[in-house]
Design a protein around this ligand. Structure first.
Ligand code: NAD
Length: 509
């Protein structure tokens, strides 16, 4: 069935070698790295021990003392070199993402392009970490705001964006003057090892200004993430993953007053209004709901279609669901690769059963065991017509399920869209200016991302990325997200000979 000559295992091992992953990374009987392409084990990896995790944190804390004193533009040069390594190895790393996360090749490559883009952004940023000069009410005084490096940044990442999310954080943290320790998903350790190897090449080329311990990597389970969350030497934890994970992480960080960037689950919606361009909407919906096999935090999961266009749109969507090409993600003809594992397929089947039990009509959704056998989790994406928003439609199931309902009034659709716990991404398809502006207004979508005439999935690195409510409230990547990686100091300088107090207070001694 596989169109490529190499077996999944040999293909993976060859890429790891070309990407410079050292032999010491492997250990018989260690953490099993699997490929969702066939569900098989492709390598066994040495896990980071408690002592090694301690050494990584202590080393990063030490590195901070030196790195914070390296000028920002010089720190940017390290990120420029990282971008160069990524450019030079885009093809291999993109293919490894495909093998380890199961994304189709164009998405694997796209993920690496996103890393390159954020490096470029961060290099420019390294010369623009500016503060403000603020009008002071006192004569002969100057007041200003400056931004200083914050401290060690712990980055915990999810399986579905195994490399890009690290780069969104690391590229910014590095130019902001912070060492970075990465705890990747235990489901995608190979891509993390490869990225770390490329980053260490950049560090070597950068030279002596990069202190030892600047970049750490912890390979293993959630206990290593907990280690970062609990250690007071880690000033900021940026954690990407499920809302369940965030619920455990957030109170621990709050208890020690640490900085948190939480990028958690989504339950994203789109509204199709009577004036929508249905051809455009159809393509956008198909990609947003089925792309990456429904395993993006921004995947479209709920669709509200106006009564007047429901019968023109939904049958065409059903046809797209029935005919979409599912298979080995390395095959250029494939549009939908596998789910990450069979547990994800079981979760999908349970959600579909629940939907059926409350009156949902399910189209597709079956497991496709003939593609790669029992161990791999290929599924046909499911379109579920629901009588109303209820049951599994109200939560995130990390699989390609799109729930569809009808609506009559825009206000009702916006209300339903906002009536779930997550608040990540949202879209409206309309050619009516008033409808578009209402959706984007303070009384419209309550999500961190709100789009018009494009789907909710995916984002450019130039904007701040993240969402509200149970999505965690964090923002990363572009805009002014960098401020989370720095501490702000307000400085007031008196260059006169008197001591006027603020607010007219007098105090003569
Ligand atoms: P997950 O929550 O199972 O794991 C994510 C990471 O957290 C892993 O590295 C894991 O080891 C670690 N972890 C788990 N529990 C922890 C704890 N108590 N303390 C410290 N670390 C812990 O998520 P997943 O299955 O890998 O990814 C899918 C989920 O991630 C989905 O819910 C998806 O929406 C979400 N996600 C969100 C974004 C975003 O930017 N909002 C991006 C990608 C994925």
């Amino acid at each position: 069935m596989a169109p490529t000559v190499l077996s999944v295992r040999d293909d993976t091992l060859a890429l790891l070698e070309r990407l410079g992953v050292p032999a010491q990374a492997f250990a018989e009987g260690g953490l099993a790295a699997r490929s969702p392409v066939d569900g098989g084990v492709v390598a066994e990896l040495r896990q980071t021990s408690r002592d090694e995790a301690e050494a990584a944190i202590a080393g990063a804390a030490q590195a901070f003392l030196a790195w914070r004193r390296v000028p920002g533009p010089r720190r940017g040069e390290l990120v420029r070199l990282l971008g160069e390594e990524l450019r030079a190895h885009k093809d291999e790393l993109g293919r490894l993402v495909t093998l380890e996360a199961g994304k189709i090749l164009s998405e694997g490559l796209g993920e690496v392009q996103e890393m390159i883009d954020i490096c470029d952004f961060a290099v420019g940023l390294s010369r623009q970490l500016h503060g403000l000069t603020i009008a002071t009410e006192r004569p002969d005084h100057r007041m200003m705001e400056v931004w200083h490096p914050l401290g060690v940044c712990g980055v915990i990442t999810a399986f579905n964006f195994p490399v890009a999310v690290w780069s969104w954080n690391a590229a910014l943290a590095l130019v902001c003057g912070d060492p970075v320790i990465w705890k990747p998903s235990e489901k995608t350790p190979l891509t993390a090892l490869a990225v770390h190897a490329l980053a260490m090449k950049a560090v070597k080329r950068f030279g002596a200004d990069a202190p030892e311990g600047l970049l750490g990597l912890l390979i293993g389970g959630r206990d290593l993430g907990e280690r970062l969350v609990e250690d007071e030497r880690v000033a900021l934890v940026s954690a990407t993953g499920s809302t369940a994970m965030g619920r455990q992480v957030a109170p621990k960080l709050a208890a020690r007053f640490a900085r948190a960037i939480l990028e958690l689950g989504g339950n994203n919606a789109a509204i199709v209004t009577p004036s929508a361009d249905l051809d455009l909407a159809l393509r956008a919906i198909a990609f947003a709901a089925m792309g990456t096999a429904g395993q993006r935090c921004t995947t479209l999961r709920r669709l509200f279609v106006h009564d007047s266009v429901y019968d023109a749109l939904v049958p065409r969507l059903k046809a797209a669901y029935a005919s979409v090409r599912i298979g080995d993600p390395r095959d250029p003809a494939t549009l939908i690769g596998p789910l990450i594992d069979t547990a994800a397929a079981d979760g999908m089947a349970r959600a579909l059963d629940e939907a059926r039990a409350i009156g949902g009509t399910v189209h597709g959704g079956e497991r496709l065991r003939d593609i790669r056998g029992e161990a791999a989790a290929y599924v046909r994406p499911a379109l579920v017509e629901m009588p109303e928003q209820a049951g599994p439609m109200r939560r995130e199931t990390f699989a390609p399920i799109l729930y569809v309902t009808r609506y009559a009034e825009l206000e009702e659709a916006i209300h339903a869209q906002n009536a779930v716990a997550a608040g990540l991404s949202s879209s409206i398809f309309t050619r009516d200016l008033a409808e578009a502006e209402t959706f984007l207004s303070a009384a419209g979508s309550d999500c961190g991302i709100a789009n018009v005439n494009i789907g909710p999935s995916g984002a450019e690195i130039g904007g701040a990325f993240g969402g509200e409510k149970e999505t965690g409230g964090g923002r990363e990547a572009g805009s002014d997200s960098w401020k989370a990686y720095m501490r702000r100091a307000t400085n007031t300088i008196n260059y006169g000979k008197t001591l006027p107090l603020a607010q007219g207070v007098t105090f003569e001694v």
